[in-house]
Design a protein around this ligand. Structure first.
Ligand SMILES: Cc1cc2nc3c(=O)[nH]c(=O)nc-3n(C[C@H](O)[C@H](O)[C@H](O)COP(=O)(O)OP(=O)(O)OC[C@H]3O[C@@H](n4cnc5c(N)ncnc54)[C@H](O)[C@@H]3O)c2cc1C
Length: 331
């Protein structure tokens, strides 16, 4: 295999860190195969999105342009990717398993009549086949699979690889690719966007302060919000909290909520049920605050405070505020 194509998902030029993590995973795979990694950046904003991709190991960057690629459209993106795979003779096409990544790659599979394997954690070449471990059911099941196909179509589980630069920047040669598209490839196109949240989002926040049943009420979430504010983080919660109406579902972390991978996850009064854990297990550091030293969240956390969160959380906030005041006074 000489070429691995990686779809660099972007939104009008803006790339999420998760996508660069996927590109790092694709680079490591290409290295293990002795193949070249080519980045594919489609549509409006492609030039902006392509800046710096050489540092992540892209030997070639394909800027895919066509009038029908003005904004995101899964059919048009997939058809472009399928044509580019044929043109380059790629042996694998990879994307990150985001909503869009999985949507586009499924379309590529349908158009090329090839199998697509979603949300892979590990890939191990075995002759012409790939042995892969993929996550199922929101992360609560890991499944081993063998993929036998002339061109491998795969998405990598989000957050499974941390974004890192290649040891040496690759050539990063930029080439324009103009696919042949017509109106039949423009079945679904983005025509408008509504921003539902601004500033730090739960999915990308570096710190998440999350509350569970132990918080006790909607009003008591004030102390969780105060700590999140002080740490420049976002508020999260468990499903019990959303079921009780203390917080809106958009704050829920877990299998049926948002998947997060912050530097620090502070779980306040959360037991750590598997459906919650799979939503935050990729956090780099976990601090559990819980009265039960046997709670799964406590036993799996990096640090734990065994005490009433209603005392501990305000005490942490007060200490942060005190230290900041001291630092400000001392110039
Ligand atoms: C199909 C399915 C999907 C699901 N999806 C999700 C999901 O996406 N996200 C999710 O979170 N759950 C999900 N759940 C629910 C999940 O199984 C758990 O029921 C839920 O996560 C428990 O929430 P909790 O930890 O807040 O509550 P509990 O399990 O009741 O835990 C409360 C914790 O608070 C501690 N505590 C109590 N008082 C205090 C105090 N004063 N100070 C400190 N600690 C205290 C207790 O010791 C306990 O550990 C799902 C369930 C199913 C069946």
């Amino acid at each position: 295999m000489s070429v691995v194509l990686y779809l660099v998902e972007h939104d009008r030029g803006r790339i999420d860190e998760t996508v660069l993590g996927g590109m790092t995973g694709a680079r490591l795979l290409a290295e293990s195969l002795g193949a070249d990694l080519h980045a594919v950046v489609i549509g409006t904003g492609a030039a902006t999105a392509s800046e710096g991709l050489d540092a992540y190991g892209a030997g070639r960057i394909h800027l895919v342009r066509h009038d029908l690629l003005a904004d995101y459209g899964p059919d048009a993106w997939a058809e472009s990717l399928a044509q580019l795979a044929r043109t380059t003779g790629a042996g694998a096409v990879i994307a990150t398993g985001t909503d869009r990544g999985n949507e586009v790659m499924a379309q590529v599979g349908a158009r090329t009549d090839l199998a697509m394997v979603a949300n892979c954690l590990e890939i191990e070449p075995d002759g012409d086949d790939w042995l892969m471990t993929r996550v199922r059911w929101g992360g609560s099941l890991r499944e081993r699979a063998r993929l036998s196909a002339p061109v491998k179509l795969v998405t990598l589980a989000p957050h499974s690889t941390e974004a890192t630069h290649a040891g040496e920047s690759a050539a990063g040669t930029v080439a324009e690719f103009n696919p042949e598209l017509d109106e039949s490839d423009a079945v679904t196109m983005v025509v408008d966007r509504v921003t539902v949240s601004e500033g730090i989002t739960l999915a990308t926040a570096p710190v998440v302060v999350s509350g569970g049943r132990g918080v006790g009420s909607a009003e008591a979430f004030d102390i969780i919000e105060e700590l999140a504010d002080l740490l420049g983080g976002a508020v999260g919660c468990s499903r019990v909290v959303t079921n009780n109406g203390w917080k809106n579902h958009k704050f829920q972390v877990g299998q049926t909520g948002t998947v997060v991978a912050p530097d620090l996850y502070i779980a306040c009064g959360i037991s750590g049920a598997i459906q919650h854990w799979v939503g935050m297990m990729n956090a780099k550091n976990v601090l559990a605050i819980n009265i039960d030293s046997d709670a799964p969240m406590v036993t799996k956390a990096d640090w734990a405070v065994i005490a009433d969160l209603h005392q501990v959380v305000p005490a942490i906030s007060a200490e942060i505020a005190r230290r900041r005041t001291l630092a400000a006074e001392s110039g």
